[in-house]
Write a protein that binds this ligand. Structure first.
Ligand code: MN
Length: 292
């Protein structure tokens, strides 16, 4: 899965028709393309390694992350949940080799044997991250106001970055959904479900999410391409937000990435309309409000 990670992102990202309509070529390229860093230069190397012997996943991941950052290695480390860590490391050959040398000697009791290291394609990572960690809360609130829409909110630096998605989030990778960036909301608002002055809100889905992609957040959002993994009750797996137009209310596309959670041809907002809290639909809530 991880191998195809960035390839898919690249395929999905800059080639949308909306993007070509909305933005001049040069800006599009600047937004979508990874910056030129050493990983793109000749002499760059990328490896995948399996690291075993770690008694405490968490400590070892932190140590590997710290060493990688100190050396200037890009990529990620993650636990497979069965006591093995997977490492993607890339950068100038010398620094990748320096990290491997440390791992062969053993870091915090963990080590990578030579047979568990293989060369892979350079993906253009711009930071080193621990993958598989929660980055905070996400919520999707269905909202009846002037228009009906779904508000997708992701916790970033203590606030909920928000997008209004008229047709709701997709689980079908072919369904690219317009997502209009709206003002940040407070984390407290995540728990709101009920009537408003002129409509109502239900909590359609909620859970935690992981930041992904080759660029650190929130820079990834600033640059208009962010990849993340949702752990909700309805929404699961990888998603991407790709900015296609700027202005007062920037337009984005919300896209389900191809993974084991994707459901071709599905329309999850029609199939599972009820609140994950009260199990009522927005229509039911509006009817109750009207008859009250
Ligand atoms: Mn709204």
């Amino acid at each position: 899965m991880a191998d195809s990670d960035s390839r898919r992102t690249r395929k999905a990202a800059p080639r949308s028709r909306r993007a070509s309509e909305a933005a001049p070529r040069s800006r599009r390229a600047a937004e979508a393309a990874p910056r030129d860093r050493s990983t793109r230069e000749p002499g760059a190397r990328a490896i995948r390694a399996l690291i075993t012997g770690a008694r405490d996943d968490e400590d070892v991941r932190a140590v590997i992350c710290e060493r990688a950052r100190k050396l200037g290695v890009m990529g990620w480390v993650r636990a497979d949940g069965k006591g093995t860590l997977e490492l993607h490391a890339e950068g100038p050959s010398a620094v990748v080799e320096a990290l491997l040398a440390l791992l062969r000697e053993g870091l915090a009791g963990a080590s990578a044997s030579a047979r568990d290291v293989r060369d892979v394609r350079v993906e253009g990572h711009e930071h080193f991250a621990i993958r598989g960690l929660s980055s905070g809360a996400f919520v999707v609130q269905e909202h009846a106001a002037t228009t009906r829409h779904f508000d997708l909110r992701l916790e970033v630096d203590g606030v909920m970055r928000s997008w209004a998605v008229p047709k709701g989030p997709p689980m079908d990778p072919a369904a690219k959904r317009l997502a209009v960036q709206v003002e940040d909301h407070s984390i407290e608002h995540n728990d709101f479900e009920g009537r408003t002055d002129h409509g109502a809100v239900v909590i359609w889905d909620r859970g935690t999410y992981e930041q992904g992609g080759r660029v650190a957040w929130p820079e990834a959002l600033d640059r208009g391409h962010a990849v993340f993994v949702l752990h909700g009750e309805k929404l699961r797996g990888g998603f991407a937000l790709q900015r296609t137009g700027r202005g007062r209310k920037p337009q984005w596309l919300l896209i389900k990435r191809r993974d084991e959670h994707a459901r071709i041809g599905s329309d999850i907002v029609a199939e599972q309309p009820a609140s994950v809290i009260s199990h009522r639909t927005l229509d039911e809530l509006l009817r109750e409000a009207a008859s009250a």
